[in-house]
Design a protein around this ligand. Structure first.
Ligand code: ATP
Ligand code: MG
Length: 587
């Protein structure tokens, strides 16, 4: 049996952590002080892009690399803070010259190319509300989101436009300007669109940022659609305060860090931490245009001397599946901190980091709605593998009982499962669900925001994810979180990934069914099924262990990498699949 703690000693930490132990609650920086750590616009107000870019471009970090962009074909391009300031100014001028002003919706539909980052930052400078979309979305999800957000401008590539956007233009009456990036550097001449490079070349280098207040809308992020139709969450410029603070404490940015956030800006992690937080701290980020590839990823970590790495459980599980031998071909002497978000991180994955990469993986928890990391394992903390950590300074996390009739009561004692709630008012809290006021209202009870996730807090103040309220299985009077069952299955050497659902049953309410994908070298069959059932029963007890196991090649996932249990369930029960716009591999 492995120990329940991964202990940290000060001597093992390469740099002194920004959040020392044990005083996590009394951080050196309160939310108020973090706000003061940002400069604010010279004339008053707050603008994310000013804090992220112009502030550094005007100071000693002007020539420090902001982004090291790795092209699909391995070419590489550096963008300093100065470069970014200039390019985003030009883009802001482009918008301005088109008559696009404050509050207008700017959508960006690109792969991870430099223009995406320039457009996001330039649009923020122009006071617009930016919404980056996954380039892999199909025409319908693109059209739905642009229509919902009343997009005025779309930045995309000529190829994506031809393949996905042209056919839905008729459904987008608010969309006035389509700015195209010609792939391969070509200029484009598609009727009804404008060539972005030509406009950028003609634009002036200087731009006076449109004054924005801390409470002005800045970003529109769509949720991952794991539990249903994605919702549009609205965030304001004040979110930068939380991005700064969490960059400092949860990701432990230090000035010379080389940071790699593997998330695509099409979902909130890729924007909050792939763009904003590292820039606020003036560090260098890696942007990789290419998709996941185990060898490529190890090579990037090694060759680019990444020091802080932020990734997701699904990526870690894929690396685990690719085998230890591959990892051992590479060395990561510069890597000092690894964090993960998006899904529960199985203890097995935390240990894999420790044993194979030489560092444990630090899980942290947040949502599109929270705009930034809320609960985290910070560098100085001892890790309890399987726990998502402790609330960050300035975050009050509470476990509540949430009755079907809407009544909410605080659970004061440790180790009791309930809904995870947060004391409202942190700067990056979403300010609304687009066009769904009632739904937004229902997320709050008094001064609490109800997250829709179930968790428990232990006596040491660590939080343990149980499951999404929608995914929890009720079987013979027990409440079973799929994560617990999936983690137990993953402890078996044959299991690469597991997704667990409740299947309606007349006698016990629901029975636990597991879908399992296997590691290389293992064969699906009755013998292995029996072995896994036995393994799970031994680990979990008969009441919680799955009664059925099905072998699958892979599990259905969102494009942000989350297992879609609702889809496993719908398919199992022959029910409609619902919104599959974010399904990986979908149209
Ligand atoms: P939708 O709300 O559309 O169903 P989603 O909730 O997956 O999609 P996101 O906002 O991208 O959309 O994801 C946030 C959710 O992801 C959390 O509410 C939680 O369920 C899960 N999650 C994120 N990080 C963790 C973590 N460290 N441990 C467990 N679950 C996590
Ligand atoms: Mg959600």
């Amino acid at each position: 049996m492995r120990p329940t703690f991964i202990r940290k000693s000060a001597s093992e930490l390469r740099v002194p952590p920004n959040l020392p132990r044990p005083a996590e609650r009394e951080a050196p920086l309160s939310v108020q002080a973090a706000r003061h750590a940002l400069a604010g616009l010279p004339g008053g107000g707050l603008n994310i892009a000013y804090e992220a870019v112009d502030r550094h471009a005007a100071g000693p970090r002007a020539n420090h690399p902001a982004f090291r962009w790795l092209c699909r074909n391995d070419a590489e391009q550096i963008f300093t803070y100065d470069d970014l300031a200039l390019l985003s100014n030009r883009f802001a001028n482009v918008l301005n010259s088109l008559g696009v002003g404050k509050g207008a919706g700017v959508f960006v539909l690109c792969g991870r190319i430099p223009e995406l980052y320039v457009a996001v930052l330039g649009a923020l400078k122009n006071g617009c509300v930016v919404s980056p979309l996954f380039a892999a979305f199909g025409p319908e999800p693109i059209a739905t989101r642009i229509a919902l957000g009343a997009g005025r401008v779309l930045v995309t590539t000529d190829t994506l436009y031809a393949r996905k956007v042209a056919k839905v233009m008729h459904a987008l009456p608010t969309l006035k300007h389509v700015l195209l990036v010609g792939e391969g550097g070509a200029t484009t001449d598609i009727p009804g669109t404008l060539d972005l490079r030509r406009l950028m070349d003609a634009a002036a280098d200087g731009f006076d940022i449109v004054p924005t207040a801390a409470e002005d809308p800045a970003l529109l992020h769509f949720t991952s659609g794991t539990t249903g139709t994605p919702k549009g969450a609205i965030h304001v410029h004040d979110a930068a305060v939380m991005h700064y603070m969490t960059g400092k404490y949860a990701l432990d940015f230090h000035p010379e860090d080389i940071f790699w956030c593997t998330a695509d800006p099409g979902w909130v992690t890729g924007t909050s931490y792939g763009i904003i937080a590292p820039l606020l701290h003036g560090v260098t980020s890696i942007i990789d245009e290419a998709d996941f590839d185990a060898e490529r990823w190890y090579r990037i970590l090694q060759d680019h001397e990444v020091t802080v790495w932020y990734t997701a459980p699904t990526a870690i599980r894929m690396l685990m599946k690719a085998g230890t031998e591959l990892a051992r071909k590479y060395r990561f002497p510069d890597l000092r901190f690894i964090a993960s978000v998006g899904e529960p991180l199985n203890p097995e994955a935390v240990w894999w980091g420790q044993e194979v990469l030489g560092l444990p993986i630090h899980d942290n928890w947040w949502q599109t709605e929270t705009g930034g990391i809320m609960i985290a394992n910070t560098p100085a903390m001892d890790i309890k593998p399987g726990s998502m950590g402790r609330p960050l300074p300035g975050v009050e996390a509470i476990i509540v009982r949430h009755e079907d009739n809407g009544a909410v009561t605080v659970i004061d004692v440790p180790d009791v499962e309930g809904e995870l709630a947060l004391k409202r008012g942190w700067p990056s809290m979403f300010r609304g669900y687009l066009n769904q006021e009632e739904r937004y209202r229902k997320c709050f009870a008094g001064d609490l925001y109800l997250t829709g996730d179930l968790a428990r807090r232990d006596a040491d103040g660590y939080f343990w994810f149980v499951g999404r309220a929608d995914d929890v299985i009720k079987s013979a009077g027990h409440l079973i979180g799929p994560f617990e069952v999936e983690s137990a299955l993953m402890e078996h050497p044959a299991v690469a990934e597991a997704g667990v659902i409740g299947k309606p049953d007349e006698i016990v309410g629901e029975v636990v069914k597991a879908f399992v994908s296997l590691k290389k070298g293992y064969e699906a069959g009755d013998a292995l099924r029996l072995e896994l059932l036995g393994h799970a029963r031994k680990r979990l007890g008969a009441a919680v262990a799955p009664k059925e196991i099905a072998f699958v090649a892979s599990l259905p996932r969102t494009r942000s990498g989350k297992i879609m249990r609702r889809l496993l369930k719908a398919r199992e029960l022959g029910l409609p699949e619902g919104d599959t716009s974010t399904l990986e591999g979908g149209a």
